[in-house]
Design a protein around this ligand. Structure first.
Ligand code: SF4
Ligand code: SF4
Length: 362
């Protein structure tokens, strides 16, 4: 997998936005057509059949419709990651597309915290796009309200599937992220999975979850989520609308169904509007490389890994060093951006300069 971030524009203003550092950079707001064409070539060369459009809010790119159309004509399936503030022409265009050629992952509000206007717009997106929509939820606190997910699934006929992410820190930046304090377990996660199971709703985990966020009983009772990858059919056989943030973790020769939740931190490759590539947004202040003209995605992933591995601690907690989940190979030590939180302030890791509030890189 690789994502194409076609614009830095966004009006949602999520405090936990993990693209915050990138959104504030004094760089191209919108991806120009020649970079988009190069990004499509990059995907094709990597054997990737999905175009995953991110932002910012990708539907705000002035050429969003033309870009989706171009990707579609080249045979790609298109996945749009949206916060729901979708301009009317883009919404009408997607509503007219066959649902097997486009899907929209809607990053839903917390109705108890977010503006009512945003919730109304998201409901409208669900109403108009129906089965094209998969609801996403970013867990930002242990007490987050999630009941609306199931209500919307039943009411609007969107996919019976939830993509669950967790608000990540950005290494070296100041977004609001889910802070793991005290007990490692997050009972909310188990409650969502359990209720989803009762309602015949699938849950896909994005990157950054670890077995220690769940009780021992839950881990043992759900081997399908936590088991080690086993040899199986190649990643090309994956479910097309699966969106768990682990698409970048396509591992030829391994069964996706058995891919462990705790092993989903690896460079995804996000292609930015100006054509630079980052490992993922949470690591956007670490290294960036230009979109390769000849090399492939694997080379980029190797380059990110080579530079990341020597500088980061083994895992995000001290006890990772002797954790049996790590020993069994079902946890990789958690989100690398969280691991970076354990670095000493004077650790000699050079980061990209931080933009100030006006978006000017100091
Ligand atoms: S290795 Fe670390 S992050 Fe993973 S389950 Fe064990 S304690 Fe948690
Ligand atoms: S560092 Fe890993 S877990 Fe964290 S956001 Fe990036 S890919 Fe996901």
């Amino acid at each position: 997998m690789a994502n194409i971030s076609i614009t830095r524009r966004c009006r949602s203003g999520c405090r936990y936005c993990f693209a915050r550092h990138e959104m504030n950079r004094d760089a191209a707001a919108d991806m120009p057509p020649e970079i988009f064409a190069a990004a499509l070539r990059f995907l094709r060369n990597a054997g990737i059949g999905e175009v995953r459009l991110l932002g910012g809010e990708p539907t705000e790119h002035p050429q969003f419709v033309a870009y989706v159309d171009r990707a579609r004509r080249q045979g790609f399936r298109v996945i749009v990651f949206s916060g729901g503030l979708i301009p009317a022409p883009a919404l009408a265009f997607m509503a007219g597309m066959p649902s097997d050629r486009i899907s929209v992952v809607l990053n839903t509000v917390d109705p108890t915290e977010d503006p009512a206007l945003l919730e109304r717009r998201q409901r409208e997106v669900c109403r108009r796009l129906g089965t094209r929509v998969t609801l996403g939820v970013n867990i930002r606190s242990a007490h987050q309200q999630t009941a609306h997910l199931f209500e919307w699934i039943d009411r609007y006929g969107v996919q019976r599937r939830i993509r669950m992410g967790i608000a990540h820190p950005i290494w070296g930046a100041s977004n609001e992220y889910f802070r793991i304090r005290g007990p490692r377990t997050i009972p909310l996660l188990e409650r969502i999975v359990t209720e989803a199971g009762q309602r015949m709703v699938a849950v896909d985990f994005d990157c950054g979850f670890t077995p220690c966020m769940f009780s021992r009983e839950f881990v043992e009772g759900h081997p399908e989520l936590f088991t080690q990858p086993v040899p199986g059919p190649p990643a090309a056989n994956r479910t097309p609308d699966r969106n768990d943030g682990s698409g970048g973790h396509d591992r030829p020769g391994h069964s996706i169904a058995a891919e462990a939740v705790g092993m989903r931190c690896a460079p995804i490759v996000d292609i930015l509007p100006e054509g630079d590539c980052i490992a993922c947004y949470a690591l956007s202040r670490f290294r960036r490389f230009p979109l390769p003209a000849n090399g492939g995605r694997d080379d980029l992933v190797d380059a990110f890994n080579r530079q990341l591995l020597p500088v980061l601690p083994l895992g995000l907690h001290r006890e990772c060093a002797f954790c049996d989940h790590r020993e069994k190979g079902v946890c990789g030590g958690g989100c690398r951006a969280r691991r970076a939180l354990r670095l000493r302030p004077d650790a000699a890791t050079a980061l990209d300069p931080a933009p100030n509030e006006k978006g000017i890189v100091a």
